[in-house]
Ligand binder design. Structure first.
Ligand SMILES: [Zn+2]
Length: 428
């Protein structure tokens, strides 16, 4: 099948999220997907073949990035070694020329949050499925011509421009100067904007200053956690009632926001096993039905997801989330007053900031149990000392509430960067 045809085929296949009438229907769809996947693994992946000799899906190990990299050569279903893939990925990263392919595969690097560098492989076909599914979820209904601007951290040829009568899909490399991108946006006048929050922030500022003049029908946040505060700012600047979210990482396209603003998991593309943290929170372990070259099987992400307790009126049986709380690594760890460690979830840290007025941008970094640094950008008309005083009080209230030995708080200047993932709450 030709590239464009395959994208459209997958768009049509995935755009309707209510074709499943019940959770039961989703489960039997997953069962079929799993059966096909296991058959494929048995014949193509030496690593999984070994496990599948004597058992089924449940006998397969829980995978993490480090293990995946250790067993890369036996695990992937194509004849590419880790060494070859790394060499090619690094070369294209340096030259920012991602046009090369290796044995028909696109090779990319993923930095992730931990120190392990990850590799990902995708065939032409997998890349087309990816584009089709994203389009299907972001634009389930198309009326008139849709011009889509898609900003991503380029690290492969996975992302290619698509142009048909109804859709223009232009991909922007965020490593190129933003000023040029803004000029292109003004020229091409997209009506759909898809970008990470760190880029949306720059574009929203450009709207505020009058440098960017676009009329958007849909704004979609991708690849980083979208904070409530930022979301509200985007709503205001882009004049939208809803900022949609696409929950996507190198390991897969995991979720999307429906027309009611609820975040749903793509249970027709991935199967999700849950590792519970408490009554509402869990860590997802994902199995992707569409990935064949580099299988994503029982892959444990380090995201913390929160279940939504109320039903969504959109009618899809796909699991609904209250939010993506952040990375498991970003849980802060403190010394408890009664001994032992006390965990604070990123959300609690964020709330400590939200209660204080006059902060434009922030980052909270924990370097060790006794030190927390707040990097801040202030509204220009505010008294900095006053803000720092309020923040100190707010944080001490939290420490008191959770019975934590108060760490030292220090302050610094916030600097906006788009070459790194934007994270408000970081545990080093
Ligand atoms: Zn919904």
């Amino acid at each position: 099948m030709q590239n464009k045809v395959r994208v459209i085929f997958n768009y049509l296949k995935y755009r309707n999220t209510t074709r499943f009438k019940s959770v039961k229907a989703v489960r039997s769809h997953q069962k079929r997907g799993l059966r096909k996947l296991l058959r494929h693994l048995k014949s193509k992946s030496p690593y999984y073949k070994n496990y599948l000799k004597n058992g089924g899906f449940q006998s397969l190990p829980i995978m993490e990035k480090q293990t995946m990299m250790e067993h890369f050569d036996e695990l992937v279903c194509v004849a590419i070694t880790k060494e070859e893939a790394f060499r090619m990925a690094i070369d294209s990263e340096k030259s920012r020329d991602f046009s090369g392919r290796m044995k028909g595969m696109t090779v990319g690097l993923s930095s992730g949050t931990s120190n392990h560098r990850g590799l990902f492989l995708a065939s032409r076909k997998e890349a087309d499925i990816w584009t089709g599914t994203i389009l299907g979820r972001v634009l389930p209904k198309i009326s008139g011509h849709q011009e889509i601007a898609f900003f991503l951290r380029a690290n492969s040829t996975l992302y290619e421009n698509v142009r048909t009568k109804k859709i223009g899909f232009i991909y922007y490399d965020i490593y190129q100067p933003m000023r040029e991108h803004i000029r292109t946006l003004n020229e091409t006048q997209p009506n759909v904007l898809i970008a990470p929050p760190s880029v949306l922030m720059i574009l929203a500022d450009a709207v505020a200053s009058g440098d960017l003049k676009v009329k958007l029908d849909k704004v979609v946040s991708v690849a980083e956690v979208l904070e409530d505060k930022d979301r509200d700012y985007f709503k205001e600047q882009f004049s939208r009632d809803v900022i949609f979210q696409v929950y996507q990482c190198t390991e897969g396209f995991l979720g999307y926001t429906c027309e009611y603003g609820t975040l749903h998991l793509n249970e027709d593309i991935v199967m999700i096993e849950e590792e519970p943290i408490d009554d509402h929170r869990f860590i997802p372990i994902i199995t992707d039905f569409t990935r064949r070259s580099q299988p994503i099987v029982r892959y444990r992400l380090n995201d913390v997801l929160v279940h939504k307790s109320t039903a969504c009126p959109c009618g899809t049986p796909f699991m609904a989330l209250e939010k993506i709380e952040g990375r498991e690594d970003d849980v802060f760890l403190f010394e408890g007053k009664g001994g032992g460690d006390v965990k604070l979830f990123p959300d609690i840290i964020r709330r400590g900031i939200l209660y204080v007025a006059g902060i434009r941008n922030y980052q909270v970094i924990q370097t060790d149990k006794n030190n927390v640094t707040l990097l801040l950008e202030y509204d220009s008309n505010m008294d900095i000392n006053e803000i720092q005083k309020s923040l100190t009080e707010e944080f001490h209230r939290v420490f008191e509430q959770f019975q934590i030995v108060a760490p030292r708080l220090s302050f610094g200047d916030y600097i906006h960067r788009i070459d790194k993932k934007m994270k408000r709450v970081i545990h080093l």
